[in-house]
Design a protein around this ligand. Structure first.
Ligand code: ADP
Ligand code: MG
Length: 351
């Protein structure tokens, strides 16, 4: 095989988690399977999201990647090398290649922003006289140059997370692991951090593994999404496909939080028509599907509710409609064909 193909192969499994299981023993001696038979390849340079409800095992997997926690079973590979049993210096080197940020920032409160970052550089034997230059560079990258001498208590949540990001990047890692890094922030600040992480991913060619239960964040940030439920990996696909077409019911429940439309009960109760939900994706989102249906089948269509979401800047539309007319059935068949999903959400109540 030529070298290019070899390199391609490596990039597809930059990090590989192979048949990972993690069992904890509770204080009462009861065993908890936090993760069961989890296998996943993470590609070089991608932003991979791991989503799932609370307790699904996401944080456990995050800690397995950089071996803050060793799996009970299975192996972790980094660039083709099995690192599961690394200790001492080897383990420290691996950890330096994998920065990590957390929900609650984990800054040292009695140290300035500069020192929070400098401690990390000192720990990796960075040349002392070059530390300030490096701190300035890092703060510039996260847009916090003027906060070098502030203390964490003088910063907003978003600014604290920026410091944590700067610190995590201090040793030029190849991977950034983010565990609920936006979950303690208000939505606007969360979006700013999302933007920063995208920026860093493209500027530094950094591989990002981002764990979250926040679907709004998932919508904007991820290239690919792995879905966890009850310790298992249940579905993995590109982000858009996960939002547009879920294979598993558990995934659908998560995604519905951002995509579903709520109609007041009074409207649903007093209708004499059926309500249909349409979703349309990709190129089809641009077609005038509704007006085509009306013209072709001479039906009336009322739009009860609708919105267009953008998943990684690609449109994804959701509409709730009613249809009436003699050729209603044909219109429905047409819509079924030309939309990605067509579901009866409620039949007529007054018929
Ligand atoms: P998530 O991050 O998806 O919310 P976690 O990985 O934190 O989930 O936890 C998965 C499961 O493992 C949960 O049931 C949790 O209670 C359990 N768990 C996690 N860490 C420990 C631990 N150190 N000791 C015992 N149980 C744990
Ligand atoms: Mg967690």
């Amino acid at each position: 095989m030529d070298t290019l193909n070899n390199r391609d192969l490596d990039n597809q499994s930059f990090i590989e988690l192979k048949d990972i299981s993690v069992t904890f023993k509770s204080k009462q001696g009861i065993e908890v399977n936090a993760v069961s038979n989890f296998s996943l390849k993470i590609k070089k340079g991608e932003i991979l999201g791991i989503i799932g409800s609370s307790g699904a095992g996401k944080s456990t997997i995050a800690r397995n990647i950089n071996l803050l926690e060793k799996p009970s079973q299975g192996d972790v590979y980094f660039k083709g090398e099995k690192i599961t049993n690394y200790k001492g210096k080897n383990l420290r080197q691996i950890r330096q290649k994998m920065g990590m940020i957390y929900q609650h920032f984990n800054l040292i409160n009695r140290a300035t922003v500069r020192d929070n970052i400098a401690f990390n550089l000192l720990a990796s034997n960075y040349e002392k006289d070059k530390i300030d230059l490096r701190v300035d560079q890092l703060l510039d990258l996260v847009g916090l140059k003027n906060k070098k001498n502030s203390y964490p208590s003088q910063l907003s949540g978003g600014q604290k997370q920026r410091v944590a990001i700067a610190r995590s990047l201090s040793n030029n890692p190849e991977v950034l692991i983010c565990d609920e890094a936006t979950s303690a922030l208000d939505p606007e600040t969360a979006q700013e951090i999302v933007k920063l992480i995208k920026d860093i991913n493209s500027k530094l060619k950094l591989t990002v593994v981002f764990i979250t239960h926040q679907m709004e964040v998932a919508k904007d940030l991820f290239d690919r999404i792995a879905v966890m439920d009850n310790g298992k990996l249940i579905e993995v696909n590109d982000s858009y496909s996960i939002f547009a077409n879920q294979e598993k019911e558990e995934t659908k429940l998560l995604i519905d939080k951002v995509t579903s439309l709520k109609i007041p009960k009074t409207v649903l109760k007093n209708n004499n028509k059926a309500f249909y939900q349409i979703t349309y994706v990709g190129e089809k989102a641009y077609l005038p599907i509704i007006s085509n249906t009306i013209k072709t089948f001479d039906v009336d269509i009322s739009i009860i509710h609708g919105k267009i979401e953008y998943i990684n800047d690609k449109p994804f539309g959701i509409l709730i409609i009613t249809i009436s007319g003699d050729r209603e059935k044909e219109a429905i068949n047409y819509l079924k064909e030309y939309t990605s999903n067509f579901t009866l959400i409620q039949g007529a109540t007054n018929e």
